[in-house]
Design a protein around this ligand. Structure first.
Ligand code: ADP
Ligand code: MN
Ligand code: MN
Ligand code: MN
Length: 337
């Protein structure tokens, strides 16, 4: 028995893009099960979640992981936001995903999300010159060397932290635009994959903070001939992963086409700046799917065709999307009638 620090993490009510918040609770530890973690409260009027006079909201712990930064028994606690009477708050998009996932659990949907982001120092991307621009894109993607790489020490510290925290991080890579990077989480069911994206984002901001660097998920941080930042969402159901799954995947494409506009509503704010038809994207006004086609809305990977089963990649979501909303939309469209 000793004191531990539990960092209670939640998602706020900022519009059009919600952001992460957290505060620290000192508890007797170690904590070994969720029911040892008390509910907590916060001032919703400071997080765009309530009006001034009746602003207390409830933090309900739903998952905890080891805190990879502090002492051995310290933990990070992911929370849902509830009203004082324990009904679901409008900003709590996780609850709805959990309900939709439960309803369609016979399909056993899996997700793998590729989270892209851009490091900033002040108002410029990390290590970009104060005036003018770095050399044009071409050598940066998966590059090596001080002339090609902008911020690797932060990326490595983040990846190691995700591993120590037990997240299902699969890899990282430098992106096409310098100072832009990606980490992948998955494959996992829902809401777990979305939970881990939010926790991975929190660790990214927190670790970059120690380097004096911020990370942004804005989908088009630099105008002009610089790639935007997405959150490709890879998806499969049980039948897609089994023999003959490619037919199930192709059948899902017409369902997805019909609901293109509904999907775009929850695929992230300012995504029209990114989905231009250039820079490995398809125009936001079109729906196109293709084999190994990185200019399509949805790509069916080569490996899926080769073995006749697997998954598809929805390339439309922006880096700043809410993974609870995106996962819910995909399950509803693909697994619904
Ligand atoms: P690329 O950069 O070529 O688009 P990545 O290697 O970055 O691909 O990401 C591939 C993603 O596919 C990972 O997030 C992984 O979790 C996911 N994935 C792999 N198999 C499945 C599957 N059966 N269902 C859902 N997602 C999957
Ligand atoms: Mn990738
Ligand atoms: Mn990428
Ligand atoms: Mn991808």
């Amino acid at each position: 028995m000793g004191k531990i620090a539990a960092e209670y993490i939640w998602i706020d009510g900022q519009k059009p893009t919600a952001k992460l918040r957290s505060k620290t609770k000192v508890l007797n530890g170690p904590v070994t099960s969720l029911d040892q973690l008390p509910d907590w409260g916060f001032d919703g009027s400071s997080t765009m979640q309530a009006e001034g006079h009746f602003s207390d909201l409830v933090l309900k712990p739903v998952k905890f992981i080891p805190d990879p930064i502090h002492r051995e028994d310290d933990i990070l606690v992911l929370c849902e936001v509830l009203h004082p009477d324990h009904t679901t708050h409008w900003s709590n998009t996780r609850r709805r995903l959990a309900e939709i996932a439960e309803k369609h659990k016979a399909h056993d949907p899996w997700f793998g999300i590729e989270q892209e982001y851009t490091f900033f120092e002040g108002n410029r991307p990390l290590m970009w010159p104060d005036k003018g621009y770095p050399a044009p894109q071409g050598g940066y993607y998966c590059g090596v060397g001080a002339d090609e790489v902008f911020g690797r020490e932060i990326v490595e510290a983040h990846r190691e932290a995700c591993e120590r925290a037990g997240l299902s991080i699969e890899g990282t890579n430098a992106e096409v635009m310098p100072a832009q990077w990606e980490f992948q989480i998955g494959p996992l069911g829902a809401p777990d994959c979305a939970d881990e994206i939010w926790l991975g984002r929190w660790l990214l901001y927190r670790i970059a903070e120690d380097f004096g660097v911020s990370a942004t998920l804005y989908p088009k941080p630099m105008k002009g001939d610089w790639n935007g930042a997405g959150a490709h969402t890879n998806f499969s159901t049980k039948s897609m992963r089994e023999e003959g799954g490619i037919k199930i995947i192709e059948a899902a494409m017409s369902k997805l086409e019909k609901r293109h506009d509904d999907h775009m509503k929850v695929y992230g704010a300012h995504n029209e700046e990114r989905l231009t038809g250039l820079h490995e994207t398809c125009s936001i006004h079109q729906f196109r799917w293709g084999r190994s086609d990185r200019g399509a809305s949805i790509r069916i990977p080569m490996a899926t065709y080769q073995v006749g089963k697997g998954y598809f990649e929805d390339r439309r979501p922006a880096a700043n999307m809410d993974p609870y909303l995106v996962c819910a939309m995909l399950i509803e469209t693909v697994c619904g009638e």
